[in-house]
Design a protein around this ligand. Structure first.
Ligand code: BTN
Length: 328
């Protein structure tokens, strides 16, 4: 969908009533026949648009896909999501966003797919990405910070996603699982995969990939114990375009604050309040070693603070955390 078509869709969605063809011509600086063409394009994409002589056009049916025109009416942030590159299917939005970042696409640029044929998770895992139900998107960032600070972005975006979820489902028992998951009842609802291109002192770009299980009605047998969706938790459907916009709305101000600060100090309270691992006994798998202990908090640099059996407190900066049996 081209940019003007998306903007016309967004304008019709915001109006929520009839909007005259003349008004659209004036607002977008286009002719009557150009307006018709855009309306035809939208109808061909599945939008129901009523046309009544003397009244104009009224959008009576959305598709629920996270295309620009459906996301824009919910966007309140200033830079993120102004450009949304939507695909019915792609291999991985992270892969595509990385290629586009190399080409020079600006900070705030978003790649969205309705499904992914090679969705990527952390540690080389795959991210199941069936069509028409969930959110899969990647945001390009160009933070002027040394690359060592970049892993903090994963926690920052987890906070933004958590806040967005609280807005659409206030009583959802969503918890942040360091470093990159949002869990509900100990099942995964959402994952974040940040990838960057950098030199030690210079970050060229970061791609923040977000997968949220939104309207998936059931999980395949191998995931029933470990994954869930908003629909499965709340028993209702959620708007994917709205949720995507809310994540960006929450993330942009957090990101701006983070750029001003040297660390995550300003959101530690939130992180610890909703940390699934707080005060829990955990084991942590790292590439070369295995750690265990009790989580005492999250440090300003984004590391997990772990009290080990020998009484030492260590900072853990990466790895996969598993809850140990905390009932004993
Ligand atoms: C994880 O928890 O392992 C991270 C999962 C990240 C999945 C998202 S879906 C959108 C983006 N594109 C990808 O290929 N992966 C991320």
């Amino acid at each position: 969908m081209n940019n003007i078509t998306a903007q016309i869709l967004s304008r019709l969605a915001r109006e929520n009533n009839f909007l005259s063809g003349e008004m659209l011509c004036r607002e977008f600086g286009i002719t009557r026949s150009a307006v018709w063409k855009h309306i035809d394009l939208l109808r061909a994409e599945g939008y129901q648009i009523d046309a009544v002589t003397g009244k104009g056009y009224c959008l009576s049916g959305m598709t629920g896909r996270a295309v620009a025109g459906e996301v824009l009416p919910f966007l309140t942030c200033h830079r993120f999501g102004k450009m949304i590159n939507y695909h019915t299917i792609t291999t991985s939005t992270n892969l595509l966003a990385k290629a586009l970042a190399v080409e020079g696409k600006p900070e705030g640029y978003v790649v969205v797919a309705d499904s992914q044929s090679g969705g990527k998770g952390r540690m080389g895992r795959t991210w199941l990405s069936p069509p028409a139900v969930n959110l899969y998107f990647s945001l390009i960032l160009r933070p002027a910070v040394p690359s060592i600070r970049v892993p903090q972005l994963t926690l920052l975006v987890a906070v933004a996603i958590h806040q967005a979820l609280m807005e659409v489902a206030p009583d959802l028992a969503a918890m942040i699982k360091w470093p990159n998951d949002i869990m509900v009842n100990e099942k995964k609802l959402c994952g974040v995969l940040c990838e960057m291109q950098s030199e030690p002192e210079l970050t060229h770009f970061v791609v923040v990939g977000i997968g949220i299980n939104v309207n998936q009605s059931e999980m395949p047998p191998e995931l029933t114990k470990s994954a869930t969706s908003l629909l499965m938790e709340r028993g209702e459907l959620f708007s994917r375009p709205e949720l995507l916009a809310l994540v960006l709305n929450h993330f942009e101000p957090l990101y701006d604050e983070w750029l001003q600060q040297n660390d995550l100090g300003f959101i530690l309270h939130y992180l610890e309040q909703y940390s699934l691992l707080q005060s829990k006994r955990v084991s942590i798998d790292q590439r070369k070693q295995h750690l265990s202990g009790t989580v005492t908090g999250i440090a300003k640099g984004g590391e997990l603070t772990l009290l080990c059996a020998d009484g030492q407190t260590i900072l853990v900066s990466s790895g996969e955390a598993h809850l140990s049996n905390n009932d004993e």
